[in-house]
Design a protein around this ligand. Structure first.
Ligand SMILES: *Cc1c(COP(=O)(O)O)cnc(C)c1O
Length: 388
Protein backbone atom coordinates (compact mmCIF):
# COMPACT_ATOMS: atom_id res chain seq x y z
CA UNK A 1 0.00 0.00 0.00
CA UNK A 2 1.21 3.46 -0.81
CA UNK A 3 0.78 6.31 1.61
CA UNK A 4 -2.94 7.12 1.40
CA UNK A 5 -3.97 10.28 3.19
CA UNK A 6 -7.33 10.56 4.93
CA UNK A 7 -8.32 13.50 2.80
CA UNK A 8 -6.85 14.21 -0.59
CA UNK A 9 -7.29 16.76 -3.35
CA UNK A 10 -5.40 15.70 -6.46
CA UNK A 11 -4.74 18.57 -8.84
CA UNK A 12 -3.98 17.71 -12.45
CA UNK A 13 -1.59 20.43 -13.59
CA UNK A 14 -1.69 19.11 -17.15
CA UNK A 15 -5.41 19.91 -17.10
CA UNK A 16 -4.64 23.47 -15.95
CA UNK A 17 -2.14 23.95 -18.79
CA UNK A 18 -4.56 22.37 -21.26
CA UNK A 19 -7.42 24.65 -20.18
CA UNK A 20 -5.27 27.76 -20.50
CA UNK A 21 -4.04 26.64 -23.90
CA UNK A 22 -7.62 26.00 -25.04
CA UNK A 23 -8.81 29.47 -24.03
CA UNK A 24 -5.62 31.12 -25.29
CA UNK A 25 -6.28 29.67 -28.75
CA UNK A 26 -9.89 30.74 -28.64
CA UNK A 27 -9.19 34.36 -27.71
CA UNK A 28 -6.64 34.85 -30.47
CA UNK A 29 -4.57 38.00 -30.04
CA UNK A 30 -5.86 38.75 -26.55
CA UNK A 31 -3.57 37.60 -23.77
CA UNK A 32 -4.59 35.36 -20.90
CA UNK A 33 -4.32 36.45 -17.27
CA UNK A 34 -4.52 33.39 -15.02
CA UNK A 35 -6.56 34.32 -11.94
CA UNK A 36 -5.09 32.48 -8.95
CA UNK A 37 -6.68 34.41 -6.07
CA UNK A 38 -7.94 32.53 -2.99
CA UNK A 39 -5.15 29.97 -3.20
CA UNK A 40 -5.92 29.30 -6.83
CA UNK A 41 -9.64 28.71 -6.15
CA UNK A 42 -8.52 26.10 -3.60
CA UNK A 43 -6.17 24.34 -6.02
CA UNK A 44 -2.88 25.89 -4.81
CA UNK A 45 -1.86 29.31 -6.17
CA UNK A 46 1.83 28.73 -6.90
CA UNK A 47 1.45 25.37 -8.61
CA UNK A 48 -1.49 26.58 -10.68
CA UNK A 49 0.34 29.79 -11.61
CA UNK A 50 3.31 27.84 -12.96
CA UNK A 51 1.11 25.42 -14.90
CA UNK A 52 -0.87 28.34 -16.31
CA UNK A 53 2.28 30.12 -17.49
CA UNK A 54 3.38 26.88 -19.14
CA UNK A 55 0.01 26.74 -20.87
CA UNK A 56 0.49 30.18 -22.38
CA UNK A 57 -0.82 32.62 -19.78
CA UNK A 58 1.30 35.78 -19.76
CA UNK A 59 -0.26 37.46 -16.71
CA UNK A 60 -1.32 36.42 -13.22
CA UNK A 61 -4.21 37.99 -11.32
CA UNK A 62 -4.97 37.94 -7.60
CA UNK A 63 -7.22 39.88 -5.26
CA UNK A 64 -4.78 40.98 -2.53
CA UNK A 65 -1.24 42.33 -2.69
CA UNK A 66 -0.25 39.65 -0.14
CA UNK A 67 -1.28 36.97 -2.59
CA UNK A 68 0.82 38.65 -5.26
CA UNK A 69 3.85 38.88 -3.00
CA UNK A 70 3.58 35.18 -2.19
CA UNK A 71 3.85 34.40 -5.89
CA UNK A 72 6.83 36.76 -6.35
CA UNK A 73 8.55 35.18 -3.37
CA UNK A 74 8.64 31.85 -5.20
CA UNK A 75 10.54 33.44 -8.06
CA UNK A 76 7.66 34.00 -10.47
CA UNK A 77 8.61 36.98 -12.67
CA UNK A 78 5.47 37.24 -14.83
CA UNK A 79 3.39 40.40 -14.43
CA UNK A 80 0.93 40.10 -11.54
CA UNK A 81 -2.12 42.33 -11.01
CA UNK A 82 -3.73 42.79 -7.56
CA UNK A 83 -6.98 44.76 -7.27
CA UNK A 84 -8.45 44.55 -3.76
CA UNK A 85 -6.80 46.67 -1.10
CA UNK A 86 -6.86 47.56 2.58
CA UNK A 87 -8.52 50.80 3.65
CA UNK A 88 -5.17 52.49 4.34
CA UNK A 89 -2.92 50.54 2.05
CA UNK A 90 0.87 50.55 2.20
CA UNK A 91 1.96 49.64 -1.32
CA UNK A 92 5.70 49.77 -0.60
CA UNK A 93 6.32 46.04 -1.00
CA UNK A 94 4.02 45.85 -3.99
CA UNK A 95 5.89 48.61 -5.82
CA UNK A 96 9.27 47.18 -4.81
CA UNK A 97 8.24 43.80 -6.20
CA UNK A 98 6.78 45.22 -9.43
CA UNK A 99 3.20 44.19 -8.68
CA UNK A 100 0.71 45.90 -11.00
CA UNK A 101 -1.98 47.59 -8.92
CA UNK A 102 -5.67 47.86 -9.75
CA UNK A 103 -6.61 51.30 -8.43
CA UNK A 104 -10.15 52.53 -7.84
CA UNK A 105 -9.80 55.91 -6.15
CA UNK A 106 -7.68 59.02 -5.68
CA UNK A 107 -6.88 57.92 -2.14
CA UNK A 108 -5.44 54.69 -3.48
CA UNK A 109 -3.52 56.57 -6.18
CA UNK A 110 -1.97 58.79 -3.53
CA UNK A 111 -1.02 55.72 -1.51
CA UNK A 112 0.78 54.32 -4.56
CA UNK A 113 2.62 57.61 -5.06
CA UNK A 114 3.67 57.65 -1.37
CA UNK A 115 5.08 54.15 -1.76
CA UNK A 116 7.13 55.11 -4.83
CA UNK A 117 8.37 58.29 -3.17
CA UNK A 118 9.37 56.38 -0.05
CA UNK A 119 11.37 53.94 -2.12
CA UNK A 120 13.21 56.78 -3.83
CA UNK A 121 14.24 58.60 -0.68
CA UNK A 122 17.89 58.30 0.23
CA UNK A 123 18.15 55.00 2.06
CA UNK A 124 14.88 53.76 0.60
CA UNK A 125 15.32 50.58 -1.36
CA UNK A 126 15.04 51.24 -5.08
CA UNK A 127 12.22 49.40 -6.75
CA UNK A 128 13.39 46.30 -8.53
CA UNK A 129 12.46 46.60 -12.16
CA UNK A 130 11.03 43.38 -13.44
CA UNK A 131 12.93 43.25 -16.68
CA UNK A 132 15.97 45.49 -16.90
CA UNK A 133 17.42 45.90 -13.42
CA UNK A 134 19.01 49.21 -14.52
CA UNK A 135 15.66 50.91 -15.11
CA UNK A 136 14.13 52.37 -11.98
CA UNK A 137 10.49 51.28 -12.02
CA UNK A 138 7.57 53.55 -11.44
CA UNK A 139 4.49 51.98 -9.94
CA UNK A 140 2.39 50.28 -12.60
CA UNK A 141 -1.28 51.13 -12.26
CA UNK A 142 -4.45 49.81 -13.90
CA UNK A 143 -7.31 52.20 -13.21
CA UNK A 144 -10.42 50.29 -12.24
CA UNK A 145 -13.72 51.61 -13.55
CA UNK A 146 -17.11 50.75 -12.09
CA UNK A 147 -19.24 50.10 -15.16
CA UNK A 148 -22.22 48.87 -13.19
CA UNK A 149 -21.27 46.02 -10.88
CA UNK A 150 -21.43 48.31 -7.88
CA UNK A 151 -18.30 46.92 -6.25
CA UNK A 152 -14.94 48.69 -6.42
CA UNK A 153 -13.87 50.81 -9.35
CA UNK A 154 -14.32 54.54 -9.85
CA UNK A 155 -17.83 55.81 -10.49
CA UNK A 156 -18.31 58.06 -13.51
CA UNK A 157 -18.70 61.14 -11.30
CA UNK A 158 -15.14 60.51 -10.00
CA UNK A 159 -13.45 59.78 -13.33
CA UNK A 160 -12.33 63.33 -14.10
CA UNK A 161 -10.69 63.81 -10.71
CA UNK A 162 -9.08 60.40 -10.80
CA UNK A 163 -7.65 60.82 -14.30
CA UNK A 164 -6.39 64.33 -13.55
CA UNK A 165 -4.58 63.14 -10.42
CA UNK A 166 -3.16 60.14 -12.28
CA UNK A 167 -1.81 62.42 -15.03
CA UNK A 168 -0.19 64.63 -12.40
CA UNK A 169 1.50 61.67 -10.70
CA UNK A 170 2.62 60.40 -14.09
CA UNK A 171 4.26 63.71 -14.87
CA UNK A 172 6.13 63.37 -11.57
CA UNK A 173 7.17 59.89 -12.72
CA UNK A 174 5.70 58.29 -9.62
CA UNK A 175 3.22 56.09 -11.44
CA UNK A 176 2.51 54.83 -14.93
CA UNK A 177 -1.06 54.13 -15.91
CA UNK A 178 -0.46 51.03 -18.01
CA UNK A 179 -4.04 49.81 -18.08
CA UNK A 180 -7.71 50.33 -17.41
CA UNK A 181 -10.26 47.67 -16.54
CA UNK A 182 -13.66 46.78 -15.23
CA UNK A 183 -15.62 43.67 -14.28
CA UNK A 184 -18.83 42.35 -15.81
CA UNK A 185 -22.02 41.45 -14.00
CA UNK A 186 -22.69 38.64 -16.52
CA UNK A 187 -26.35 39.55 -16.11
CA UNK A 188 -26.99 39.17 -19.84
CA UNK A 189 -25.30 40.03 -23.13
CA UNK A 190 -27.06 43.37 -23.41
CA UNK A 191 -25.98 44.52 -19.95
CA UNK A 192 -22.45 43.28 -20.64
CA UNK A 193 -22.35 45.32 -23.87
CA UNK A 194 -23.49 48.40 -21.98
CA UNK A 195 -20.65 47.86 -19.53
CA UNK A 196 -18.17 47.57 -22.41
CA UNK A 197 -19.42 50.86 -23.88
CA UNK A 198 -19.01 52.53 -20.51
CA UNK A 199 -15.44 51.24 -20.13
CA UNK A 200 -14.65 52.51 -23.63
CA UNK A 201 -15.94 55.97 -22.77
CA UNK A 202 -13.84 55.98 -19.58
CA UNK A 203 -10.76 55.04 -21.62
CA UNK A 204 -11.48 57.87 -24.09
CA UNK A 205 -11.86 60.32 -21.22
CA UNK A 206 -8.60 59.11 -19.65
CA UNK A 207 -6.79 59.62 -22.97
CA UNK A 208 -8.21 63.15 -23.17
CA UNK A 209 -6.76 63.74 -19.71
CA UNK A 210 -3.33 62.83 -21.05
CA UNK A 211 -3.10 59.22 -19.95
CA UNK A 212 -2.04 56.47 -22.35
CA UNK A 213 -3.27 53.14 -20.99
CA UNK A 214 -2.61 50.29 -23.41
CA UNK A 215 -3.86 47.25 -21.47
CA UNK A 216 -7.65 47.37 -21.47
CA UNK A 217 -9.51 44.44 -19.92
CA UNK A 218 -13.01 43.44 -18.96
CA UNK A 219 -13.78 39.76 -19.54
CA UNK A 220 -13.51 36.93 -17.04
CA UNK A 221 -14.17 33.33 -18.12
CA UNK A 222 -17.80 33.69 -19.20
CA UNK A 223 -17.31 36.66 -21.52
CA UNK A 224 -13.95 35.34 -22.73
CA UNK A 225 -15.71 32.21 -23.96
CA UNK A 226 -18.89 33.68 -25.41
CA UNK A 227 -18.48 37.39 -26.20
CA UNK A 228 -15.53 37.94 -28.54
CA UNK A 229 -15.91 41.74 -28.46
CA UNK A 230 -15.15 41.68 -24.71
CA UNK A 231 -11.72 40.07 -25.06
CA UNK A 232 -9.79 43.34 -25.61
CA UNK A 233 -6.11 43.26 -24.51
CA UNK A 234 -6.46 40.32 -22.18
CA UNK A 235 -9.01 38.05 -20.55
CA UNK A 236 -8.92 37.31 -16.83
CA UNK A 237 -9.37 33.57 -16.74
CA UNK A 238 -10.46 32.02 -13.44
CA UNK A 239 -13.02 29.23 -13.28
CA UNK A 240 -12.37 28.01 -16.83
CA UNK A 241 -8.68 27.47 -16.09
CA UNK A 242 -9.71 25.08 -13.31
CA UNK A 243 -11.73 23.22 -15.93
CA UNK A 244 -15.15 24.25 -14.65
CA UNK A 245 -17.93 25.91 -16.60
CA UNK A 246 -19.36 29.31 -15.65
CA UNK A 247 -22.56 28.41 -17.54
CA UNK A 248 -25.68 26.46 -16.62
CA UNK A 249 -26.25 25.30 -20.19
CA UNK A 250 -22.77 24.03 -21.14
CA UNK A 251 -20.55 21.76 -19.07
CA UNK A 252 -16.76 21.42 -18.99
CA UNK A 253 -16.63 18.81 -21.73
CA UNK A 254 -18.80 20.89 -24.06
CA UNK A 255 -16.31 23.74 -23.62
CA UNK A 256 -13.29 21.49 -24.17
CA UNK A 257 -12.14 22.00 -20.56
CA UNK A 258 -10.91 19.37 -18.08
CA UNK A 259 -11.76 19.71 -14.36
CA UNK A 260 -8.41 19.82 -12.56
CA UNK A 261 -9.40 18.89 -9.02
CA UNK A 262 -10.43 15.50 -7.74
CA UNK A 263 -11.50 15.42 -4.09
CA UNK A 264 -11.49 12.16 -2.23
CA UNK A 265 -11.52 10.58 1.18
CA UNK A 266 -11.07 7.03 2.39
CA UNK A 267 -13.45 4.56 3.93
CA UNK A 268 -12.08 4.56 7.47
CA UNK A 269 -14.63 2.18 9.03
CA UNK A 270 -17.31 -0.19 7.77
CA UNK A 271 -20.18 -1.61 9.76
CA UNK A 272 -23.19 -3.78 9.09
CA UNK A 273 -26.39 -2.46 10.71
CA UNK A 274 -29.99 -3.60 10.99
CA UNK A 275 -32.99 -2.18 9.17
CA UNK A 276 -34.26 1.17 10.46
CA UNK A 277 -30.93 2.18 11.99
CA UNK A 278 -30.57 5.93 12.45
CA UNK A 279 -27.48 7.52 10.90
CA UNK A 280 -25.55 10.58 12.12
CA UNK A 281 -26.86 13.60 14.08
CA UNK A 282 -30.62 13.94 14.29
CA UNK A 283 -31.20 10.60 12.54
CA UNK A 284 -32.24 12.42 9.37
CA UNK A 285 -31.48 9.14 7.58
CA UNK A 286 -32.59 5.63 8.50
CA UNK A 287 -31.57 2.44 6.71
CA UNK A 288 -34.36 0.70 4.83
CA UNK A 289 -33.11 -2.81 5.28
CA UNK A 290 -30.06 -4.37 6.86
CA UNK A 291 -27.24 -2.37 5.36
CA UNK A 292 -23.54 -1.58 5.26
CA UNK A 293 -22.40 1.87 6.40
CA UNK A 294 -19.09 3.35 5.28
CA UNK A 295 -17.51 6.16 7.30
CA UNK A 296 -15.53 8.93 5.53
CA UNK A 297 -13.24 11.44 7.28
CA UNK A 298 -14.39 14.61 5.54
CA UNK A 299 -16.73 17.19 7.04
CA UNK A 300 -17.78 20.78 6.94
CA UNK A 301 -14.52 21.81 8.61
CA UNK A 302 -12.93 20.68 5.36
CA UNK A 303 -15.32 22.78 3.29
CA UNK A 304 -17.74 19.95 2.54
CA UNK A 305 -21.11 21.75 2.51
CA UNK A 306 -23.50 20.50 5.19
CA UNK A 307 -26.34 21.17 2.74
CA UNK A 308 -25.03 18.11 0.89
CA UNK A 309 -26.43 15.92 3.69
CA UNK A 310 -28.76 13.27 2.20
CA UNK A 311 -28.31 14.88 -1.23
CA UNK A 312 -24.76 14.93 -2.56
CA UNK A 313 -23.21 12.06 -4.53
CA UNK A 314 -20.07 10.07 -3.73
CA UNK A 315 -18.33 7.44 -5.83
CA UNK A 316 -17.00 4.24 -4.24
CA UNK A 317 -15.59 1.32 -6.23
CA UNK A 318 -17.37 2.24 -9.43
CA UNK A 319 -20.79 2.95 -7.97
CA UNK A 320 -22.37 6.25 -6.99
CA UNK A 321 -24.17 6.64 -3.65
CA UNK A 322 -25.69 9.52 -1.73
CA UNK A 323 -24.32 10.94 1.52
CA UNK A 324 -26.49 9.35 4.25
CA UNK A 325 -27.54 11.54 7.17
CA UNK A 326 -25.97 14.79 8.28
CA UNK A 327 -22.48 15.78 7.25
CA UNK A 328 -20.67 16.51 10.52
CA UNK A 329 -17.61 18.65 11.20
CA UNK A 330 -15.08 15.93 10.43
CA UNK A 331 -16.95 13.00 8.93
CA UNK A 332 -19.93 11.67 7.07
CA UNK A 333 -21.52 8.29 6.46
CA UNK A 334 -22.53 6.56 3.24
CA UNK A 335 -25.10 3.75 3.15
CA UNK A 336 -23.70 1.38 0.51
CA UNK A 337 -26.48 -1.20 1.04
CA UNK A 338 -25.03 -4.63 0.24
CA UNK A 339 -22.01 -3.50 -1.76
CA UNK A 340 -18.58 -4.89 -0.94
CA UNK A 341 -16.73 -1.92 0.57
CA UNK A 342 -13.59 -2.13 2.67
CA UNK A 343 -11.58 0.08 4.92
CA UNK A 344 -9.10 2.00 2.77
CA UNK A 345 -11.32 2.17 -0.31
CA UNK A 346 -11.31 5.51 -2.07
CA UNK A 347 -14.41 7.71 -1.82
CA UNK A 348 -14.50 10.34 -4.56
CA UNK A 349 -16.73 13.34 -3.95
CA UNK A 350 -16.03 15.00 -7.28
CA UNK A 351 -13.54 15.08 -10.12
CA UNK A 352 -13.62 14.91 -13.90
CA UNK A 353 -17.00 13.35 -14.74
CA UNK A 354 -15.37 11.90 -17.87
CA UNK A 355 -13.74 9.41 -15.45
CA UNK A 356 -17.12 8.29 -14.10
CA UNK A 357 -17.05 10.23 -10.83
CA UNK A 358 -19.48 12.99 -9.80
CA UNK A 359 -18.76 16.53 -11.00
CA UNK A 360 -18.21 19.57 -8.74
CA UNK A 361 -21.51 20.79 -10.26
CA UNK A 362 -23.37 17.87 -8.66
CA UNK A 363 -22.14 19.01 -5.26
CA UNK A 364 -22.95 22.61 -6.15
CA UNK A 365 -26.50 21.67 -7.01
CA UNK A 366 -26.89 19.65 -3.80
CA UNK A 367 -25.60 22.55 -1.75
CA UNK A 368 -27.56 25.24 -3.63
CA UNK A 369 -24.41 27.02 -4.71
CA UNK A 370 -22.00 27.28 -7.67
CA UNK A 371 -19.00 25.18 -8.67
CA UNK A 372 -16.71 28.14 -7.77
CA UNK A 373 -17.66 27.81 -4.12
CA UNK A 374 -17.35 24.03 -4.03
CA UNK A 375 -13.68 24.01 -5.07
CA UNK A 376 -12.64 27.25 -3.37
CA UNK A 377 -13.85 26.15 0.06
CA UNK A 378 -11.80 22.92 0.02
CA UNK A 379 -10.02 23.34 3.33
CA UNK A 380 -6.49 23.48 4.60
CA UNK A 381 -6.72 20.08 6.31
CA UNK A 382 -7.02 18.39 2.93
CA UNK A 383 -3.69 17.30 1.49
CA UNK A 384 -3.04 18.55 -2.05
CA UNK A 385 -1.09 16.39 -4.46
CA UNK A 386 -0.08 17.46 -7.92
CA UNK A 387 0.03 15.27 -11.01
CA UNK A 388 0.73 15.97 -14.67
C1 LIG B 1 -12.29 36.42 -9.76
C2 LIG B 1 -12.18 37.42 -10.82
C3 LIG B 1 -12.00 37.01 -12.15
C4 LIG B 1 -12.10 35.57 -12.62
O1 LIG B 1 -13.46 35.24 -12.81
P1 LIG B 1 -13.90 33.83 -13.40
O2 LIG B 1 -15.36 33.93 -13.57
O3 LIG B 1 -13.51 32.82 -12.36
O4 LIG B 1 -13.18 33.62 -14.67
C5 LIG B 1 -11.76 38.01 -13.09
N1 LIG B 1 -11.71 39.31 -12.74
C6 LIG B 1 -11.91 39.74 -11.48
C7 LIG B 1 -11.86 41.18 -11.17
C8 LIG B 1 -12.17 38.80 -10.47
O5 LIG B 1 -12.38 39.22 -9.22
Amino acid sequence: MTNTPLRLATIDLAAISHNVRTVDRLVGDSEVMAVVKANGYGHGAVEVARAALEGGATWLGVADVDEALELRATGITAPILAWLHATEPDFTDAVRQSIDLGISSRAQLDAVARATEGLRMPGGAAPEARGDAQTPATARVHLKIDTGLGRNGAESSDWAGLFERAAELESQELITVVGMFSHLSNANDEEDRAQLAMLESAVAQARDAGLAPTIIHLASTAAALRLPEMRLSLVRLGIGMYGLSPFDDEDSAALGLRPAMRLEGRVIAVKRVEADSGVSYGYTYRTEGASTLALVALGYADGIPRLGSNRAPVWINGATYTVSGRIAMDQFVVDVHDAQVEVGDSVVLFGDPATGVPAAEHWAESAETINYEIVTRVGGRIERRYTR
